[in-house]
Structures are given as C-alpha cells and as structure tokens.
Design a protein around this ligand. Structure first.
Ligand SMILES: Nc1ncnc2c1ncn2[C@@H]1O[C@H](COP(=O)(O)OP(=O)(O)OP(=O)(O)O)[C@@H](O)[C@H]1O
Ligand SMILES: [Mg+2]
Length: 347
C-alpha cells in the first residue's frame, strides 16, 4: 500500500520546488541584466525562501487538514484526541484517521445489517403471531356458529362443539401467556426463586407426565448415571418448564420405539445436562434459528404435531436468566441433542 505523505513531507517538497524555481529565475535575471551578484547572496535568498515557504505551506496544510479532520470526527461522533499530532504534521495522523473512519464504517455496516435482520424478524414475528392467533379464533368461532345455527335440541352435539370451541380458546390462552412470559423474561421482569433439588428425580417425574404418549409410541427413557444424585441450585418450577419442553420435544418429534437419553457431565461449578433423542433430527440450516419465537423446523402449517414454536424460546430465556447456556446439535436421520448447564448445589 502507498504511504500517505505527511504535511511535513509535502511542505518540504513544495518549498524545495519553490526554492529551485526562484533560484532559476534569479539566475536568468542576473544573466539577462548582467548582474554580478555574489553566490552567497543567492544562497541566503534561497535559504530564506526555503524556510519561509516550508512554514507557510505547513501552516496552510495543517489548518486545512485540521478543519477537515474536525468535521470528519464530528460526523463519526468520536472525540478528536490527537490535536498535537495535527500541529506537528505527523504522518501517523492520516493513518489514525483512516483507521478510525474504517472502524466507524465497519460498525455502521454491522448496525445496518443488524437492523435489517431485526426488521425482517419483526415482520415475520407479526405474521406468525397473527397466524397462530387467527387459527384458534376462527376454529372457536366456527364451532360456536354451528351451535347457534343448530336447532339447539341436541345436547350431545352442543356439548361436543362447545368443548371443541373451548379447547381452541385454551390454546389461544396458552399462546398469549407464553408470549407474555417471553416478554417478561426479555425485559428482565422475572424473579427466580432458587433452591437445591435433585435434577434426576425431576427428569423422571417429567417423563412420567407424558406416559400416555410414551406408552403409545413406545419411547424409552434412560437416565445415564442415575445412581448418582445431581443436586443443582436453580428455580425448580422454571427448570421443570425447561425439562417439560425438551423431553416432550424428544418424544413428539422422536420416532416410534425411540429413545430419550439423559447424560450428565460434571463441570467445575456446573452440571452439563444432555437430552438426546434418536429421532429424525433437524437439518443444519434450521439450527441457528431454532430458539427464535415461533420458529419451527417443520414449516408445513397443517402438520400433525401441534406446537407453536414458543417452547424453545422460553427454555432459552429461562436458562439464560440463570446465567447458564443452552446449545443444540443434530444430525439428520440420527437424532437431536439439547445440552444445557445448571449451577451445582455445593453444601
Ligand atoms: N428433539 C427434536 N427433534 C426434532 N425437531 C425438534 C426437536 N425439538 C425441537 N424441534 C424442532 O424445533 C421446533 C421448535 O421447538 P419448540 O419446542 O420451540 O416448539 P414446538 O414444540 O413446536 O411448540 P411448543 O413447544 O411451543 O408447544 C419444533 O417445531 C421442531 O420443528
Ligand atoms: Mg416444544
């Protein structure tokens, strides 16, 4: 890369050029008018011209550059910290300015991309909320209208339709309360009530909640290392929510005669807990967005598995509220593993 000359260098070259031309002009004048000026006078005049023009050029350049740089720094909103460098005309100055402006441009670009991503996310979010709310509202409305349009003389029919309407309203309620919960987490309005408890016991209890499905689907739970006790210090109700979603996902997205495996890894101050299934897996392109609200790997709206895609978003919020982390890895055809950390309970 070509080096940017400093104001000092430019001034030296410019004053040398001026001095050279003035000497040439003096020499011409002396020759034309046959002046016999001694050489030392030429030398004195040229030196004076050299010094005066050097300082003059330097002064003009520095003032010009200083004014320009001041405007640049005002535009990029950074404090101008090197006024002395400007006054001495140092060459680092231009490099520093170039670096600061490049840094500013990179940050601005990043911010623009982030805003574009957020805008896209916001649009998708509004679309998703509308869609998820619309479906149960329309369904409930349909069932109620059918009842109203009937002769109202068949109690069996009325009961069945009102029950269907009710279950849609319950779904609506779940979505709205899930969304409220996420927004409370995101604005830091959730207070955790931490206590010590054995996480193995809790995992087995949660799996048992889904017995009706696991028996039908023949899903098997294996907790590896369950002879040990794994006491963690966390909000038990919130961790129950985490386990409910991760275990229910491993069952509902898992295969028939599938396995849900739980592994524990002892880290220094935490336990790393892995919930793993041998289901169809999730393709790599979905993994980075899996924890977003309403994100579902299986996009088809009329798929048979019910779910809003809010579960993992809540899970991530809960784990992060505990200052812990959660990750997912998956391979198509092999299965999916969610791993998260929890703080150990140390007596
Ligand atoms: N173990 C898994 N195996 C395969 N896909 C999974 C697994 N867990 C989650 N997914 C995919 O991730 C998506 C998001 O999961 P998430 O738990 O957030 O939502 P959901 O289960 O669809 O609905 P909700 O939990 O709100 O009832 C799911 O729709 C599914 O496509
Ligand atoms: Mg889920």
């Amino acid at each position: 890369m070509r080096r940017t000359p400093s104001p000092n260098t430019i001034s030296i070259y410019s004053s040398l050029a001026v001095a050279f031309f003035s000497t040439a002009i003096f020499l011409c004048i002396s020759l034309i008018f046959r002046l016999h000026t001694p050489a030392k006078y030429y030398l004195i005049i040229v030196s004076i011209i050299l010094i005066v023009t050097f300082f003059l050029f330097r002064f003009i350049l520095v003032r010009f550059i200083y004014n320009k740089i001041k405007i640049i720094y005002k535009t990029i909103g950074k404090p101008l910290k090197f006024e002395n460098e400007i006054r001495t005309g140092s060459s680092n100055l231009i490099k520093t300015v170039e670096r600061d402006v490049a840094e500013w441009a990179i940050n601005k670009n990043k911010r623009i991309r982030e805003l574009q991503r957020m805008e896209q996310y916001r649009k998708e979010f509004v679309g998703n909320v509308s869609h998820e709310l619309k479906t149960p509202i329309f369904n409930a409305q349909g069932y109620i209208e059918s009842v109203l349009e009937s002769d109202l003389d068949d109690p069996e029919f009325i009961k069945k339709y009102l029950e269907k309407a009710n279950s849609n309203i319950e779904r609506l309620e779940t979505i709205v309360s899930d969304l409220l919960e996420i927004s409370k987490f995101e604005s830091g309005r959730i207070q955790l009530e931490k206590e010590a408890f054995d996480v193995v016991k809790l995992i087995k209890k949660v799996f048992f909640q889904y017995q009706h499905i696991t028996e039908q689907q023949h899903t098997k739970l294996t907790v590896h290392g369950d002879d040990n006790t794994y006491f963690v210090f966390a909000d038990k109700n919130r961790i129950t929510q985490v386990l409910e979603n991760l275990i229910s996902n491993s069952i509902k997205y898992g295969k028939e005669y599938g396995n849900t495996n739980i592994y524990f890894h002892d880290l220094d101050e935490q336990y790393l807990i892995e919930i793993s299934d041998d289901g169809p897996g999730i393709s790599a392109e979905h993994l980075p967005r899996l924890f977003e609200r309403f994100y579902r790997a299986d996009k088809s709206r009329n798929r048979k598995i019910n779910g809003t895609g809010l579960g993992l978003s809540i899970v991530k919020n809960i784990i992060e509220a505990h200052d812990q982390s959660i990750n997912v890895r998956s391979e198509l055809g092999k299965g999916t593993t969610f791993s998260f950390t929890l703080q150990k309970h140390i007596e």
